[in-house]
Design a protein around this ligand. Structure first.
Ligand code: NGQ
Ligand code: ZN
Length: 454
């Protein structure tokens, strides 16, 4: 049984020294022992931390990161960005989707994400017709994740309408559209395709309350039952709140909690515009708030009320969403900084028993991310997958810090990537900052960008 030995590690039970970790044939940790012997074990040089789940990704959007920072109109907004995004969606081939996703997933691994929830809604060809195999694009995502070596929760998305109350979809949405029945068929196809992949699973997903009706939500949930995670975008933009109020007299989160039994299977992505009563409902339900700080900043969404939410025990995780940044550090840093900027105070996200901001946000995002992905990840403990990252222990800031102070140095002081090695399911995927597939993928990705610009 492969064994590893780390002098410094953050275990599920806390910081520990001289830790021996044993990994079973399926990539699961079988033993984690502090103050143990290194005999026969591979020595890990550096600081060992659990790998971070990324709870929200639209892989194809990586290809347009940085292209939308051009003022086209004094009122540029989320909605004008969405038009540009639909323009990119209209062109992509399945081969291009797979290359973009493989490049992205390699970048994620280098950034410390060891698993990802892919919120996958581009289903059909450029004319909006199903592919010969209707699961084609979902399979491209699955193949990209296996060749990069990242864990995957694939969330095929149900998207039927353009606005509240079942409005017909518009032309830009033609590649996304499923009926409830064709969606359930897609779920069945993908479930059998993923069955042989031990680090991949399927979840349920509604694009937003704009894109599905109440009847569709209940039909999908009663057909699928089970324990799969359920993701939805909600209350990201004020216009969505206003449109929901005009349609139902309720705000999106209010409407959801009044009409659906939201529990710990749910991941509420963004939930930016949550009022105090909605924050209380979210926290009490055990759902995960899916916070995507760099994208929410980029799109001008607003600031999630995380201080009150954490004080009530609310669960959260982080996602890189549109991938304007791929950095666990940057997401966690901006989670705290957004609250500071709004409140004009410092040190906002802490617990009464944990004054260290870095540890509070790191632990919170590990636990919420693991819950939202529905996978045995998010910590170093027996029974969990051997997903971890190793920070450069010789970096002067890290070499001279201990325990939670080291996390604060990493999260609030580093300006270069200090992640040296990354393991997923007991296999090294990043060594000395490099991925085995990165050269080949980079040149394929470069050709995709060239073709898309033409
Ligand atoms: C998406 N992205 O589906 O990619 C959305 C924008 C929409 C984010 N919400 C489109 N960040 O919500 O209609
Ligand atoms: Zn999204």
């Amino acid at each position: 049984m492969p064994a590893f030995f780390a002098e410094r590690a953050l275990l599920a039970t806390g910081w520990a020294n001289n830790v021996r970790l044993e990994v079973g044939a399926d990539g699961t940790l079988t033993q984690v022992q502090a103050e143990a012997s290194a005999e026969g074990a591979e020595r890990i040089s550096g600081v060992l931390l659990p790998g971070m789940p990324n709870l929200h990704s639209h892989a194809f959007q990586r290809a347009m990161a940085g292209l939308a920072e051009v003022a086209s109109n004094p009122n540029d907004s989320f909605w004008t960005w969405r038009e540009l995004m639909y323009g990119m969606v209209g062109k992509l081939s399945p081969e291009q989707v797979e290359i973009i996703a493989r490049q992205l997933y390699i970048e994620m691994l280098k950034a410390g994400y060891t698993s990802v929830a892919e919120f996958h809604y581009v289903h059909h060809d450029t004319n909006g017709q199903p592919y010969a195999n209707p699961a084609e694009l979902g399979l491209s995502i699955s193949r990209a994740a296996s060749s990069a070596g990242i864990g995957l929760t694939l969330l095929p998305v149900l998207y039927s309408h353009s606005g509240f109350g079942g409005q017909p979809p518009n032309a830009g949405q033609r590649r996304f559209i499923h009926s409830t029945d064709s969606y359930l068929d897609l779920q069945t196809r993908l479930r059998s395709a993923l069955a042989g992949q031990s680090t991949q699973r399927l979840g349920l997903c509604f694009h937003s309350l704009r894109a599905v009706t109440a009847g569709q939500i209940s039909d999908v949930l009663s057909a699928e039952g089970g324990s799969a995670p359920i993701h939805i975008h909600i209350a990201e933009q004020q216009k969505e709140v206003d449109d929901c109020l005009a349609w139902s007299g309720r705000r999106p989160l209010q409407w959801l909690y009044e009409n659906v039994a939201v529990d710990n299977r749910w991941c509420l992505v963004h939930a930016t515009h949550a009022e105090p009563d909605e924050v209380a409902l979210m926290a009490a339900s055990g759902a995960v708030a899916g916070l995507c700080l760099t994208t929410e900043a980029n799109l001008g969404d607003g600031i999630f009320p995380a201080v009150g939410y954490l004080a009530q025990g609310g669960r959260f995780g982080i996602g890189s969403d549109s991938h304007v940044s791929l950095s666990v550090v940057e997401e966690l840093r901006w989670l705290e900084y957004g609250q500071r900027l709004r409140d004009t105070r410092r040190n906002r996200l802490y617990r009464s028993d944990q004054p260290m901001i870095g540890r509070t946000v790191f632990d919170g995002a590990l636990a919420g991310g693991a819950q939202a992905l529905g996978q045995p990840v998010g910590g170093l403990a027996p029974g969990l997958r051997a997903d971890w990252l190793v920070l450069d222990g010789e970096d002067p800031y890290l070499a001279n810090a201990q325990g939670d102070a080291l996390l604060n140095r990493w999260l609030f002081a580093s300006s270069e990537n200090l992640i040296r090695h990354v393991m997923v399911a007991g296999k090294w995927v990043i060594r000395e900052g490099r991925h085995l597939e990165e050269q080949r993928t980079k040149s394929e990705f470069s050709a995709v960008l060239r073709a898309l610009a033409a």
